[in-house]
Write a protein that binds this ligand. Structure first.
Ligand SMILES: [Zn+2]
Length: 417
């Protein structure tokens, strides 16, 4: 596993946050001493009828140092409160899935001013055809919104999502992402903590790290390292609702992939290409040091990973027109949430006429109502199979979703007794 991806600035902020109690105590001590010293000066000045020259130089110097120290301490505490305000842990897992992130959470919550946990679960065996958790996701969005509204605005927010991937995308598309809110990813031995870049939701002019490409049926159509977005293809208008776009993302350190059991008209993929037809393992980090690390794993900025994933979904929705877009993605959980946010809140040339696909006057149904055309499978570890999930209220019911893409229902897991 790669190194912890904290930047130096973040390490300082974290250290400040962990010693928040100490700053409080020091502020009280320094403030008391400074007040006493200033009191002495005032007393001297008053007794000497406004003549400052009677004051001892030591007292004046002490007061000045005290005041400077006081300002620095208050600044340190403000910085800590800004960066490490409230940590929101949002979990949505199957009832039988262990929470591997609990230890990471326990280690990380020290240093935050407050921690709020929003956990829900679902029954993975509810139906053979898949799970419908759209109500749960909607309710979680509503809950975090209410919690954030009741939280202090002068302390920063950090969101740590641990959700089934499609649920993360749906959560992100409904979530109000306060500017400056951090996303935290707990993974074994690595912690990724990042937030929107200055250019967000556009790519930075010169993105750092490995080049991420979007590939359609073997052909590269967009790159994170080419300035300016490619135009969307104009000839692709197609009112065939049975068209199915399969979308894959290779943005984790596991590039093994089995295709979901559905019909496929065209395949889109996003990741860092290696040999033709092959993908590099990827480590998503806050600030990539270079394109690849010493073990050959590509380094991709979380901002770049999120923007390119959302861009692929937008390109595919436009091309699908009235058809379906199947999201079979391997991305970090924070990237799933950010891509969902970008899907709805991404850059538009004109919010009234441009749905966000790149065509400023596009009228295609999938571009305007993306969730009605998104099919969201998830990888079920127990069954070792792709299962369908309904995660957003605009999606059709599971049976309709399955029918539209000719989904083959996975066999039930073997009975235990
Ligand atoms: Zn469009």
């Amino acid at each position: 596993m790669g190194p912890r991806s904290h930047s130096r600035g973040d390490s300082i902020a974290r250290w400040l946050a962990k010693h928040r109690g100490l700053w409080g105590l020091l502020i009280v001590v320094v403030a008391t001493l400074t007040t006493a010293l200033v009191g002495l000066i005032v007393e001297d000045v008053v007794s000497a009828n406004g003549d400052v020259s009677h004051c001892s130089a030591g007292v004046i110097l002490g007061s000045a140092i005290g005041l400077v120290l006081l300002v620095l301490l208050v600044l340190a505490r403000t910085k800590a409160t800004d960066d490490y305000g409230t940590l929101y842990y949002v979990r949505l897992l199957a009832r039988d899935m262990a929470d591997w992130r609990q230890t990471d959470l326990a280690a990380d919550e020290r240093g935050y001013l407050d921690v709020r946990i929003i956990t829900r679960s679902f029954n993975p065996n509810e139906r053979a055809g898949g799970i419908d958790i759209s109500d749960v996701v909607t309710e979680q969005v509503r809950t975090i919104q209410a919690e954030m509204n009741s939280d202090r605005v002068d302390s920063g927010f950090t969101v740590a999502p641990n959700m089934l991937l499609p649920a993360g995308i749906a959560f992100g598309s409904g979530f109000y992402w306060w500017t400056g809110t951090y996303m935290v990813e707990f993974a074994t031995g690595v912690q990724l903590r990042w937030r929107q870049s200055k250019e967000w939701p556009a790519l930075p002019a010169s993105p750092r790290g490995a080049e991420v490409q979007i590939i359609r049926d073997g052909e590269a159509i967009e790159s994170s390292h080419t300035s300016g977005a490619f135009p969307v293809d104009e000839d692709a208008a197609n009112s065939d609702p049975t068209r199915v776009m399969l979308l894959k993302a290779f943005l984790t350190d596991n590039v093994m992939f089995s295709d979901p059991p559905c019909r496929v008209s065209e395949t889109f993929a996003v990741g860092v290409p290696d040999e033709p037809g092959d993908w590099r393992r990827v480590n998503v980090v806050d600030q990539p040091g270079g394109a690849v690390d010493s073990s050959g794993v590509a380094q991709v900025a979380a901002v770049t990973a999120s923007i390119m994933t959302a861009r692929m979904i937008r390109l595919a929705l436009h091309r699908a027109d009235t058809g379906q877009v199947v999201l079979a993605l391997k991305v970090p959980k924070t990237v799933a949430v950010a891509a969902g946010w970008l899907l709805i809140n991404g850059r538009r040339s004109n919010p009234v006429t441009d749905p966000g696909c790149g065509d400023p006057t596009c009228k295609r149904p999938g571009c305007w109502r993306p969730w009605e055309h998104l099919v969201t499978p998830y990888w079920d570890q127990a069954r070792r199979a792709w299962m369908l999930a309904r995660v957003h209220p605009d999606q059709p019911d599971l049976a309709t979703m399955a029918k539209r893409v000719d989904w083959t229902i996975a066999a039930a897991p073997p009975e235990e007794n």
